[in-house]
Design a protein around this ligand. Structure first.
Ligand SMILES: [Fe+2]
Ligand SMILES: [Fe+2]
Ligand SMILES: [Fe+2]
Ligand SMILES: [Fe+2]
Length: 333
């Protein structure tokens, strides 16, 4: 069956793509939610668990690890759904729903139960709709995702009645050494978190779109050399870089929580995908470039305030952003 016959067999519509994009938005939302909860666990473990309660510490660490795994799993769902949307000729969204983070294991679990239940409802509707229009591949994909969301739901349900150690409000006056961590400092650090989220969304989306461009390659030798190989290589590169941005997101948000700040979950600047591999590269090049400028500013500010740990963190991160910049730069030459 040729591709055009295939597209005639599946009757997509703007409403159908909207529905699938609602799923992408959900997946981004929960992925960010669980990832930030995972980052917050570091602080909860350090602050609220008496050293002698070994059993509790084990539970906390297990939940922290679980949240990270599940977050990556949700990101994979987002990627699989985006891949399908591009394959069907649609445009995958770069929007994310608004996550809610919470402050304790039981709260994370309750929020998780709510999010997973909402996902199951939406995915039931998608499975039904995909069946009605004969889009069997999408139906199969969502049946697979549905099973995993059920597992997530059951896992979160286990923890909803967990007895958390409550963080005691400090009785000592605000310590002198912490006075460098003012609101405007957290705002600045959160610009970095926002930039990392933008990278994560932009690169996963482009990775899927580039994979499709590769799939639809034209077969002349010249085009293969000039463009289609590029799509394949860029798609692979984007995936690698995406993983590094996840680590940055993790480290920066952990640092913010540890300093008693709240991490943002809103991407800034807004992610932009583009139409061609060349567009992707130009946009990504610009994104890395603005991140480098921002992180230099953070390093200078951390130096001024004497926040050595944050400064070192960003010195390490900015080196990697420079690598990304040159990776994209190579392709633009
Ligand atoms: Fe999911
Ligand atoms: Fe889930
Ligand atoms: Fe980054
Ligand atoms: Fe980067």
């Amino acid at each position: 069956m040729s591709r055009s016959e295939f597209f005639m067999a599946v009757k997509t519509s703007p409403e159908y793509f909207d529905l699938l994009n609602q799923a992408v938005e959900r997946e981004f939302m929960v992925s960010i939610q669980y990832f930030l909860q995972h980052a917050k666990m570091e602080k909860i473990i350090k602050r609220t668990i008496p050293e002698n309660i070994i059993l509790d510490k084990t539970t906390y660490e297990a939940v922290g690890k679980f949240l990270r795994e599940i977050s990556i799993n949700e990101m994979k769902h987002a990627a699989d759904i985006m891949e399908r949307i591009y394959y069907l000729g649609g445009e995958a969204t770069t929007k994310s729903g608004k996550p809610t983070i919470g402050n304790s294991i039981s709260e994370f679990a309750q929020l998780g139960v709510k999010a997973e239940e909402e996902a199951l409802m939406l995915y039931r509707k998608i499975i039904e709709t995909a069946g009605q229009i004969g889009d069997w591949q999408t139906r199969e994909l969502f049946e697979k995702i549905y099973r995993q969301e059920e597992e997530h739901l059951f896992k979160f349900q286990e923890y909803t009645s967990f007895q958390d150690e409550k963080e005691e409000p400090s009785k000592v006056p605000y310590p002198e050494w912490r006075k460098i961590f003012t609101d405007d400092y957290f705002d600045l650090l959160n610009k970095a978190v926002a930039a990392e989220i933008t990278g994560i969304i932009q690169y996963t989306n482009q990775h899927e779109k580039a994979a499709l461009l590769e799939l639809r390659r034209k077969n002349t030798a010249l085009e293969t050399v000039m463009d289609t190989n590029k799509a394949e290589v860029v798609s692979k590169l984007l995936k690698e870089i995406f993983m590094v941005e996840m680590e940055h997101f993790e480290k920066i948000s952990e640092r913010i929580y540890l300093l008693d700040g709240e991490a943002t979950f809103t991407p800034d600047p807004l992610p932009v995908v583009g139409e061609t591999v060349l567009d992707f590269l130009r946009l990504d090049h610009a994104l890395e470039s603005s991140a480098i400028l921002l992180y230099r500013q953070i390093i200078a500010e951390a130096l001024k305030r004497g926040d050595t740990t944050t400064r070192h963190l960003f010195e390490e991160i900015v080196r990697q952003e420079e690598d990304h910049f040159w990776d994209f730069d190579d392709f633009l030459r």
